[in-house]
Write a protein that binds this ligand. Structure first.
Ligand SMILES: [Zn+2]
Length: 258
């Protein structure tokens, strides 16, 4: 009680303790340019330019971001506006052949074989992180904010490689951490939506309706280009951003490190 009173009394001089909202758009690349535009338009009235863009350098090896291309120019403009740019895998495709049936099931059923960093060796994960990071940084002219694995799935090789590359920020479903320092930066759920089947879609709508009221210091909201295929999902994303932004400050991931 005493502690609560003290926190209330000092909250006006400690803006960092106010509830925060971290908003992100996944799978940014030439393949989904129009969907990303649509999501940015949906996010902006609620969070302004406090948007993290998760960028795939070459989705499925068929949608490369080429330096000097119109898309590269857009990426630089977004970074100049203050959007945080995360590296989001390299291919976003899991080509590993898993020996254990449980791993195979997890890779194929849970992620539609998009968990690129689940089965990579440390050396290969490191190679892809370094390659992707230097490509994006050469385009934006600034350091990436961090790395977020496709489908939030990290195998042991990926976790080691993130430390090797001194990546400042990474996240999974339940936490944000710093691979560079080992510190946990936030324990919070990420509200996200699924469009792959009617059952998953309905479950994600129900989860969002509950989680957006969760009384936690941080809430994260992550939307995907595929969400644009469903008006109900777009409506839920809009509502979730509206509800959370009402009582939370839109924050940058980089603030968590400070
Ligand atoms: Zn993704």
């Amino acid at each position: 009680m005493q502690r609560l009173a003290k926190e209330t009394r000092t909250s006006h001089i400690q803006p960092m303790v106010s509830p925060r909202l971290l908003a992100s758009i996944h799978d940014v690349g030439p393949r989904f340019e129009s969907e990303v535009d649509r999501l940015i338009d949906l996010f902006r009235p609620h969070v302004g330019d406090r948007i993290a863009l998760l960028v795939i350098p070459n989705r499925w090896d068929e949608s490369p971001i080429l330096p000097g291309s119109p898309f590269a120019t857009r990426l630089r403009e977004w970074a100049d506006l203050g959007f945080e740019i995360f590296l989001h895998g390299f291919l976003h495709q899991d080509a590993t052949s898993y020996d254990r049936p449980a791993d195979r099931l997890r890779a194929q059923w849970m992620t539609a074989s998009e968990g690129e960093f689940l089965g990579l060796s440390r050396a290969e994960a490191r190679r892809r992180i370094e390659h992707g990071r230097s490509l994006i940084q050469s385009i934006t002219g600034q350091p990436i904010t961090g790395f977020i694995a496709p489908a939030w799935l990290y195998g042991p090789g990926a976790l080691d490689a993130l430390g090797d590359c001194e990546i400042p920020i990474a996240e999974d479903h339940w936490r944000v951490w710093s691979p560079a320092s080992g510190a946990v930066l936030s324990r919070s759920p990420v509200i996200t939506w699924a469009s792959r089947s009617g059952t998953r879609l309905r479950a994600s709508l129900a989860a969002a309706a509950i989680l957006r009221h969760a009384p936690m210091r941080d809430l994260r909201v992550g939307a995907h280009p595929q969400d644009c295929s469903s008006p109900r999902l777009l409506q839920s994303i809009d509502k979730t951003l509206a509800v959370t932004a009402r009582s939370r400050r839109a924050a940058a991931y980089a603030e968590l490190v400070g």
